[in-house]
Design a protein around this ligand. Structure first.
Ligand code: DAH
Length: 339
């Protein structure tokens, strides 16, 4: 019996040492220690052993089992460690390699300019509102004191959906929509897309953006308009910026003006950027026409107000010294990623 057990042990040791991996090792374990294994077979043969020898043989079997188990356990740990080492070597990361860069997009120059304008007016207590791009002819023209046969309607030739509905040519209709709500006073800006039947060139596009401004309250005067736009220009283009109000005509304001700012490139001396003028036009404005107030249900005897309209692209082009509006819409990555 003893020799038999020693042979089993020697066989097991040899096979364990010859195992080339965890799988093979497991097979060896099953072959020697498993339910149908060699050692179990010996235990089953115990009934043939003489009773007084049984404890000794039993002890021998257990010792053999223990030493085989121990060797398998040790070998298993060594194999696992070796495998881990191999894996670590394979998965090693070279931290000196250049990383794959994730190119993150960023805001469009129009958006940057808009957020800047919004920041300035929100700082002055204005609310940002929006109106529809597909608009009633009434809001886009009629309620702004531009009746059916008014020549101003020609200047803003647009896309008609039908007799009564147009793609808005300006953000000014949002003024009317806000006034009709009847909540006074009003201090709002309304940014948004507008449309005109224009050919594309360096300064024109059939679709562009404006930012409308409207203030209605008691005792609002032209001085308030001047102060507000002066402040806006300084915030946007720099502390030294001066503004000039040139008389102009808009049907929905009276009096009306166009506003120029001193060229922020040359400070007003005249340069290539301002085409030698020293001044750059940035917006239209005026005191809201009494008839416009009346049509929107506001009493012009009690309330007055001012309005202004800024071209967003114009601001973006000026701020970033871009000389062709088309660049803003072509989505050329080489252009856009500069901002
Ligand atoms: N809506 C005008 C345009 O598109 C711009 C404008 C001028 C808006 C004067 C105003 C304003 O609110 O008071 O040409």
């Amino acid at each position: 019996m003893k020799e038999k057990l020693e042979k089993i042990k020697a066989d097991a040791v040899r096979e364990i040492q010859n195992s080339d991996g965890l799988e093979k090792l497991n097979e060896v374990r099953v072959a020697f220690l498993g339910k149908k294994g060699e050692l179990t077979a010996v235990l089953k043969g115990m009934k043939d052993v003489r009773a007084e020898e049984r404890p000794k043989v039993g002890q021998l079997v257990n010792e053999t089992r223990e030493s085989i188990e121990k060797l398998i356990e040790e070998t298993k740990r060594k194999m696992e460690a070796a495998e881990r080492d191999i894996r670590l070597k394979q998965e090693v990361i070279d931290v000196t390699l250049p990383a794959k860069k994730n190119r993150v997009g960023h805001r469009h120059p129009n958006t940057i300019a808009l957020e800047e304008v919004e920041r300035i007016f929100i700082g002055m207590g204005y609310e940002v509102v929006e109106g529809p791009e597909v608009e009633y002819d009434y809001y886009n023209f009629e309620a702004l004191n531009i009746p059916a046969n008014h020549p101003a309607k020609d200047e803003q030739d647009t896309f008609y959906v039908n007799d009564k509905i147009v793609l808005r040519t300006q953000t000014s209709p949002v003024q009317v929509r806000q006034m009709e709500k009847g909540k006074l006073p009003i201090r709002m800006i309304a940014p948004g897309r507008v449309f005109r039947a224009d050919e594309v060139d360096a300064t024109h596009s059939p679709s562009f953006h404006q930012i409308e401004g409207l203030v209605i309250d008691k005792n609002v005067t032209f001085a308030d308009l001047k102060g507000t736009l002066q402040e806006f220009a300084k915030e946007l283009f720099g502390e030294d910026t001066k503004v000039k109000f040139r008389p102009h005509h808009f049907p929905f304001t009276e009096p009306s003006a166009e506003v120029d700012v001193t060229c922020f490139k040359c400070g007003g001396k005249g340069c290539r950027f301002c085409k030698g003028e020293g001044w750059i036009e940035i917006l239209g404005c005026g005191m809201v026409h009494p008839r416009v107030l009346e049509m929107s249900g506001i009493d012009p005897e009690e309330y007055s107000g001012f309005a202004f309209g800024v071209g967003l692209e114009r601001i973006a082009l000026l701020k970033y010294e871009i000389d062709d509006m088309r660049l803003l819409y072509e989505n050329d990555d080489r252009f856009l990623k500069q901002f």
